[in-house]
Design a protein around this ligand. Sequence first.
Ligand SMILES: Cc1cc2nc3c(=O)[nH]c(=O)nc-3n(C[C@H](O)[C@H](O)[C@H](O)COP(=O)(O)OP(=O)(O)OC[C@H]3O[C@@H](n4cnc5c(N)ncnc54)[C@H](O)[C@@H]3O)c2cc1C
Length: 159
Amino acid sequence: MGNQYDVIVIGGGPSGIVAALTAKTNNPDKTVLLVRQEKQAIVPCGIPYMFGSLESTDKNVVADGGLNSAGVTIKIGAVVEVNAEKKTCTLNSGETCGYEKLVFATGSSPSVPAWLKGSQLKNVYIVPKNKAYLDAMIKDLEQFKKIVVVGGGFIGVEV
Ligand SMILES: Cc1cc2nc3c(=O)[nH]c(=O)nc-3n(C[C@H](O)[C@H](O)[C@H](O)COP(=O)(O)OP(=O)(O)OC[C@H]3O[C@@H](n4cnc5c(N)ncnc54)[C@H](O)[C@@H]3O)c2cc1C
């Protein structure tokens, strides 16, 4: 199969990047594919600064150069199915890739309590690790005078 890899890593956050680089560095002869949903990966720790001190959200992007120069193949898309018997992953594009070893580095996403009425209303946001979403949110925020942050953990406090 043309789309056959020794290692497939699902996820392009810090865990996925380190897993793919570690696999490739220790096994240069093996083929490693990293699949992530975002066109551009961002540094999660820098997200709060995207709302203020960074002049542009582009300054918080993780360049793909390290992965490229290590020889890791990158595909942008969502893995929608894993067939453990056939050892294949199917992407939302319909493309199917085979693997010998599979790493889930699918991370986390913000949770909004289902009981919280109004969470779907306009001008209600979450803080995902997604540059396109945050770019649109930051643009919207410019028009607002009063902002309420729900959640007082470190992300809420920083934001
Ligand atoms: C605002 C904010 C500030 C933070 N600040 C800090 C900090 O200062 N210090 C600190 O240590 N931590 C911080 N964190 C926490 C840090 O973001 C997480 O610990 C880290 O991102 C976890 O990395 P991960 O690779 O496991 O998962 P994630 O970063 O969540 O990455 C998951 C990856 O999996 C991909 N993915 C998921 N499902 C699929 C699928 N089906 N197909 C393909 N790809 C998929 C996603 O596209 C993404 O690329 C912060 C988080 C936020 C939100």
